[in-house]
Design a protein. Structure first.
Length: 371
C-alpha cells in the first residue's frame, strides 16, 4: 500500500499518473475476482462490509421493484449482521416490507419458512454465510440459491466473516450478490467489495461520477483497494494451513473451558444438526452465573480483548438478537462472550486464556452470589 498512500493520481484521469492508479485498481479487481471465482467486471469496491451489504440489499430492492412493482418484500435471516438487518428495515418508509426468517438453535435459517416467503412479492433474500458472533457456517446457501432463483428472487450473502477463513466460490454458492471486507483477512479497515453476478441490476446508493461501472460513485481509494487485494491473495494462499492451526487452538480452548467451568456452553455446536460447521476463528460461550459485561471488564484489565457478541455492537448492554433467535434466554445471551482467533494468535495465548478466564469467571460468579 505504501507507494499509493501519497500518490496523487486519480484513477479516473487520463494523464500518466491517473493511468497508473487505474492499472493498480484494475489489477486488484482481477485479483479479488480470481479469489472468489468471479470475473473482474463483477467486482464493485466499497468502503467496507457495511456499505457492501447496504448496496446489495437496498440496491437490489429498488432495482427489483423497478422491474416489478409487486416485489416489495425484503427477506433476511434472524442470524444476519446489523448491516443487513438495519438496511432491510430502513426500506420500510419506502413501501418495502422487511421480513425476518426465523432460525434454529444453531442459527441456521428454517428452510420451510424461507419457502413460505419466496412468493411473488419477494424482492431479495439475504442469508449470512458465516455468522459473525458464533462462527456457524451456513451450508444451505447453495440450496437457498436454487430456491430463490426458481422464485425469481435475488439472493445476497454476507460473506464478511467467511472470506479468507474457509474456501469460497461464488459459482458453487449460486448467489447473486456477495459481500466482503478487507480487515477480516488482514487488510486495511475501510475497504470492502461487493461481487455482483453479471446481469444483476442494482440501484446505486451514491450517485455522481461513473466509477465502478456506475454502481458506486466516488474516487477510488487506491491504497486501500491494493491492500485489500494483496491481503486476500495472502489469506487464500495460507488458508488450509491456518484453518488447521486455528481449529486446533480453538478446540483446545473450548475443551479447557468446559473442564474448568461447570455448566459452560458453547453456542453453535450442533444443538439441532450434529454436522453444523463453524469457522476456526471464533468461540461463543455462555458463562453461567455472571453478567458478560462484568467478565469482559475483568478480562480487559488483564489485557485480554473479547466481546459480548458482534464487535460492531460493542458497548451495548442489549442481549444479542442472534443469540435470542437461536433460543437463548435473555440472561444466557447477556452471559455470552465471544473470543476471536487469527493470524497472530499463539499457543501461549491460549494457555494464558485458560489460566485467566476460569479464574476471573469464578471471581465474578462468587461476587454475584455474595450480592
Amino acid at each position: 500500500m505504501a507507494p499509493w498512500t501519497a500518490f496523487s493520481g486519480n484513477p479516473s484521469s487520463v494523464h500518466a499518473a491517473g493511468r497508473a492508479a487505474r492499472r493498480a485498481v484494475e489489477e486488484a479487481r482481477g485479483e479479488v475476482a480470481r479469489a472468489l471465482g468471479g470475473t473482474p467486471g463483477e467486482i464493485v469496491f466499497t468502503s467496507g462490509g457495511t456499505e457492501a451489504d447496504n448496496l446489495a440489499v437496498r440496491g437490489a430492492a429498488f432495482a427489483a421493484r423497478h422491474s416489478d412493482p409487486a416485489r416489495q418484500a425484503i427477506l433476511f435471516t434472524a442470524a444476519e449482521h446489523p448491516a443487513v438487518r438495519e438496511a432491510a428495515r430502513s426500506l420500510e418508509p419506502f413501501g418495502f416490507a422487511p421480513v425476518e426468517i426465523p432460525c434454529d438453535g444453531d442459527g441456521l435459517p428454517l428452510a420451510a419458512k424461507v419457502e413460505e416467503r419466496l412468493g411473488g412479492t419477494a424482492a431479495v433474500l439475504s442469508a449470512i454465510l458465516a455468522n459473525n458472533e458464533t462462527g456457524v457456517v451456513n451450508g444451505f446457501i447453495p440450496d437457498l440459491s436454487l430456491r430463490s432463483r426458481a422464485a425469481g428472487v435475488l439472493i445476497h450473502t454476507d460473506a464478511v466473516q467467511a472470506v479468507g477463513k474457509i474456501p469460497v466460490d461464488v459459482s458453487s454458492l449460486g448467489v447473486d450478490l456477495f459481500s466482503l471486507t478487507a480487515h477480516k483477512f488482514g487488510g486495511p479497515k475501510g475497504a470492502g467489495a461487493l461481487w455482483v453476478r453479471k446481469g444483476v441490476r442494482l440501484s446505486p446508493l451514491a450517485t455522481g461520477g461513473g466509477q465502478e461501472a456506475g454502481r458506486r460513485a466516488g474516487t477510488e481509494n487506491v491504497a486501500a483497494i491494493v491492500g485489500l487485494a494483496t491481503a486476500l491473495r495472502l489469506a487464500v494462499s495460507r488458508l488450509e494451513a491456518e484453518a488447521a492451526r486455528l481449529s486446533a487452538l480453538r478446540d483446545r480452548f473450548e475443551r479447557g473451558l468446559r473442564a474448568a467451568i461447570p455448566g459452560l456452553r458453547v453456542n453453535g455446536t450442533g444443538a439441532v444438526r450434529p454436522d453444523t460447521r463453524r469457522l476456526p476463528t471464533a468461540t461463543s460461550a455462555v458463562f453461567p452465573g455472571v453478567l458478560g459485561e462484568v467478565l469482559l471488564a475483568a478480562l480487559d484489565l488483564e489485557g485480554i480483548a473479547a466481546s459480548g457478541g458482534s464487535a460492531c455492537a460493542s458497548g451495548t448492554t442489549k442481549p444479542s438478537s442472534v443469540l435470542l433467535a437461536m433460543g437463548l434466554t435473555p440472561a444466557d445471551a447477556r452471559a455470552t462472550l465471544r473470543f476471536s482467533f487469527g493470524a497472530t494468535t499463539t499457543s501461549g495465548e491460549i494457555d494464558r486464556l485458560l489460566e485467566a478466564v476460569p479464574r476471573l469467571w469464578a471471581r465474578a460468579a462468587s461476587a454475584k452470589g455474595a450480592c
